[in-house]
Ligand binder design. Structure first.
Ligand SMILES: Nc1ncnc2c1ncn2[C@@H]1O[C@H](COP(=O)(O)OP(=O)(O)O)[C@@H](O)[C@H]1O
Ligand SMILES: [Mg+2]
Length: 330
């Protein structure tokens, strides 16, 4: 991995609800190198967005980051004063959300909104310079008739164009890290492919690191070089995309992979049996074991650690405990 840009260490994010404490992120470690493209996958509710929101410092009550450290470019975000932290957000770290309509202001033109984001972090820029730069970024993200679109309101644009505006907003300050939370989930598949292609192109041109959050392993295969698979607030498997697609280890990841539609296969699409557990009543032991076809008595009693099955490939499953132990002894 290249120089470490983002390091998440033993992150805990908890919701203190009337029904009990929900450990949405429960001891997560992650790293993203400068310019690296990292995927975070898992079913809905497994803590992907909350991991991102914790990095952004956007976790709202009754939620709270209540443990761990987040380091960005050598600075500790978790120890920083809110004012200092805000200077980094939107400028060096930006985020794209799933539904652009809810993140855009309906009563301000899209150009003005992106311009405001730019000027917030570049006080010296004149209005004219800022406007020109926004139009250039609109062109870069493939918005046709960029100068005209600048003066339009969000509702005048299609979903695909709105998401391009969001990408423009996220890219306008040349951030070092862009967090994209299901950026294409609300779009048609053809538009999805275009947007992913565009993000990849920008990422390569500008050397931006990307944290790509998705429930879709196909997106990861297409877009990322490394991935983290999350389940019920924990990382279950991590490694390079190449290695994990070749040698998938965790039964959960295996299930996710089998659930991706395959054009060639005539078999019925696979479903992981059971459901994501209620985060209020997590099983003892391995969180996935009630749904796992390989689980044995130990899985119901003890929580597995992350075992390194090959360099850089980690799996939280007792099936791989032996493998690492033997390698360690050899
Ligand atoms: N406002 C909230 N109040 C209580 N629990 C919440 C709240 N928001 C999220 N959670 C809990 O956090 C878990 C993780 O949520 P999230 O990170 O949004 O999942 P994902 O993005 O993977 O679908 C959810 O399963 C839910 O239990
Ligand atoms: Mg989410």
């Amino acid at each position: 991995m290249e120089e470490r840009l983002l390091q998440i260490q033993d992150l805990h994010t908890t919701f203190f609800t009337r029904e009990g404490n929900v450990h949405a992120v429960d001891g997560v470690d992650m790293e993203i190198g400068a310019g690296e493209n990292v995927g975070i996958v898992g079913e809905s509710g497994c803590g992907k967005s909350m991991t991102a929101m914790s990095v952004m410092g956007l976790v709202k009550k009754p939620g709270k980051v209540d443990g761990g450290k987040i380091l960005f470019d050598g600075m500790s975000l978790t120890d920083m004063r809110p004012k200092e932290r805000r200077k980094i957000l939107g400028n060096q770290i930006s985020m794209i959300f799933q539904e652009p309509m809810t993140s855009l202001n309906p009563v301000t033109t899209v150009g003005k909104q992106v311009k405001e984001a730019l000027c917030l972090h570049n006080k010296g820029l004149s209005q004219k310079e800022a406007r020109e730069r926004v139009v250039r970024v609109f062109e870069m993200v493939g918005i046709p008739d960029a100068a005209k679109r600048y003066g339009e309101y969000p509702h005048q644009l299609s979903g695909g164009l709105r998401q391009r505006v969001m990408i423009a907003m996220a890219m306008v300050c040349n951030p070092k890290l862009m967090i994209a939370d299901e950026p294409t989930t609300a779009l048609d598949v053809t538009i999805e492919a275009q947007i992913l292609h565009l993000m990849k192109q920008l990422q390569e041109e500008k050397g931006t690191a990307v944290m790509m959050i998705t429930h879709n392993l196909g997106v990861v295969a297409q877009f990322c070089t490394r991935l983290y698979v999350m389940y019920a607030g924990k990382v279950m498997e991590s490694g390079t995309v190449k290695e994990i697609f070749k040698n998938v280890c965790h039964p959960y990841t295996d299930g996710l992979m089998k659930s991706v539609p395959d054009m060639e296969s005539k078999e019925r699409l696979y479903n992981i049996r059971g459901m994501v557990p209620s985060m209020l009543h997590l099983p003892k032991g391995c969180r996935f074991c009630p749904r796992c076809q390989y689980s044995g008595p130990k899985c119901f009693e003890e929580e597995p650690k992350l075992y390194e099955v090959s360099p850089g490939h980690f799996v939280r499953c007792f099936l791989f405990e032996q493998q690492t132990a033997q390698e360690g002894e050899a």
